[in-house]
Design a binder for this molecule. Sequence first.
Ligand SMILES: Cc1ncc(COP(=O)(O)O)c(C=O)c1O
Length: 366
Amino acid sequence: MYPRLIYDLTKLRQNLDAVSRTTHEGGCSMMVVTKGVCADPRVVELLISHPGVDFLADSRVKNLETYAGKARVAGKKIVLLRLPMLCEVDDVVRCADISFNSELTTIAALNEAAKRADVIHNILLMIDLGDLREGIFFQNEDQIFHAVEEILKLEHIHLYGVGVNLTCYGAIIPKNDNLSQLVQIADRIRSRFGISLEMVSGGNSSSIYLLGGNDALAECRLPEGINNLRLGESFLLGNDTAYETKLPGTCSDTMLLEAQIIELKEKPSLPIGEPGVDAFGQKPVYEDRGVIKRAILAIGKQDVEPGSMTPTDPDVDILGASSDHLIVDVIRSKIQYGVGDTLTFTLGYGGMLKAATSPYVEKTYR
Ligand SMILES: Cc1ncc(COP(=O)(O)O)c(C=O)c1O
């Protein structure tokens, strides 16, 4: 059935080997993030059986729930990446060994939930180094120390470490200088409170370029003291997301999306009549290409991000999409397409995330 997403498990394994080697040789443990493929069970199996994967992480408790049991049996730790909602703390302590936190109210609620479940729940205290998403702002050291002091009073919470997330909201690139701030914060917490922090987590796929080796400029080297990276896109698509380069030894075509043509007609490229707004309330702008061969594919914005998919036929252009229809121009193609034929696409991060999450896209494996 179409549309379908075909995961190439061999290529994913190759990517996993490559990022695992880089991460471990760089002195870090590896946390692999499963949300990009909506915790696909076959991809998760690959992660569970790989010796280089130390932690499996996701932003959604529902995804963690699907694999926590199996992954724990294999010796992997389970991590909730997004700050917990107050309404889910019982599920968090049940499904996750570690959760990321920045709010004392939530940490107190996790403590109560952990008490009810008779477990010790580990937390990573998030520090915001300027990307302006989650975390206590790094310049507010008194707030950081206050949080640690309060956390240490809680009997069912263990402060596992500190972490930062970058290049997500503010698009800030991790460098030696900003990540050094995290290392210094970790050191000051250790000496002030006389505790050990097991983990200093230095970011996501945008930090992996810092493990480029000793030839790199000092500012492009991961500071000593960072001992964990969390990798999603670099594993799934082979991307260094700091500078948008390809990581050595990885492939980008680890998954392909196929969709079927349901209409193929020659029509003008400019709509006719008074222009209003499209299905998403936007005023679209169209390029006049004259009369073109328009193929409509049975897939839409509910399943994919048109700007985050690339046809494998280089002579096909994506024109746009509504919720259930993707419209492409095939007039330049050397292939004579017909109704019922399929087009294949490689995906960027947004396209992958939506296709993997859409229940209307069948998942298959190669
Ligand atoms: C806190 C956190 N860490 C790590 C990741 C993984 O990011 P990436 O896919 O860029 O490696 C994400 C996003 O998925 C995240 O929100």
